[in-house]
Ligand binder design. Structure first.
Ligand code: ATP
Ligand code: MG
Length: 225
């Protein structure tokens, strides 16, 4: 019996790791078989090209790096993780929680195209490449941790990048990038039916527990009873 693949998607600092961990603990308490993974898998050799890309080895302007090539770097990292750590678990009925997934390629690489026909062609290609040709499983549910742009900008202020740069990696350090990302979240949510989880109220972050309660409700709705 195939299990369920649940994606926790969202911008930098939106609480993906925090919510993934809480959700894992809660589902474990419920007695569900659950495993959590996160992407990129920075600890693995499989993310070598992702790390090179993010620190600017192929060009310090993310826009200048071919989105199809960049997508392949991330997809390969996911393939390695799937094959080695969670393929059989999922196929045997487990619940896999992923902090980022193909959905992050959809976002960060799609926004390199301004033309909507090119965007659509890219998304079609990506779905076929990752889910069709590479055989990665399609998500059963994508939950978007929804943090409005102004709150994201406050969260990002003063933040250090994860891949070594003092001012963030080649994605994080481009300011107009955040605006593009937020527009793209709307576009992708419409296209794929992602489930938005409101993370703010009156311009402030909601409590971790309140966000968790909404996320838990959305996730348990798709789990087999
Ligand atoms: N609802 C919340 N309110 C306030 N702070 C929060 C909330 N959720 C998470 N945080 C804090 O925000 C920071 C970022 O959270 P977390 O690492 O879970 O986000 P992320 O989406 O995984 O970020 P990253 O972009 O680094 O991968 C952490 O210090 C975390 O404790
Ligand atoms: Mg994280």
């Amino acid at each position: 019996m195939q299990g369920k693949l649940i994606i926790i998607e969202g911008g930098d600092g939106s609480g993906k790791a925090t919510q993934t961990k809480l959700l894992q603990e809660h589902l474990q308490k419920d007695g569900k078989p659950v495993q959590a993974v996160s992407f990129p898998n920075y600890d693995s050799d499989s993310s070598a090209l992702v790390r090179m890309y993010l620190r600017g080895d192929f060009g310090t302007d993310a826009d200048a790096v071919n989105p199809y090539a960049a997508s392949a770097f991330y997809a390969v990292d996911r393939f390695a993780s799937y094959q080695m750590y969670w393929k059989s678990f999922l196929q045997n009925g487990g619940v896999v929680l992923a902090d980022r997934y193909t959905t992050s390629n959809m976002l960060y690489q799609m926004i390199k195209f301004n033309d909507s026909a090119e965007r659509s062609a890219y998304l079609d290609w990506l779905e076929d490449f990752e889910f069709g040709k590479m055989g990665l499983p399609r998500p059963d549910l994508v939950c978007l941790l929804d943090v409005p742009l102004d709150v994201t900008e406050r969260l990002m202020a003063g933040r250090q990048g994860k891949t070594g740069g003092a001012t963030g990696d080649i994605h994080e350090k481009n300011e107009s990038f955040l605006h593009k990302c937020h527009d793209a979240y709307d576009e992708l949510t419409d296209r794929y039916g992602w489930k938005r989880i409101a993370c703010t109220e009156d311009g402030r972050m909601r409590s971790i527990e309140d966000i968790h309660a909404d996320l838990y409700r959305a996730v348990t709705a798709v789990l087999i009873p």
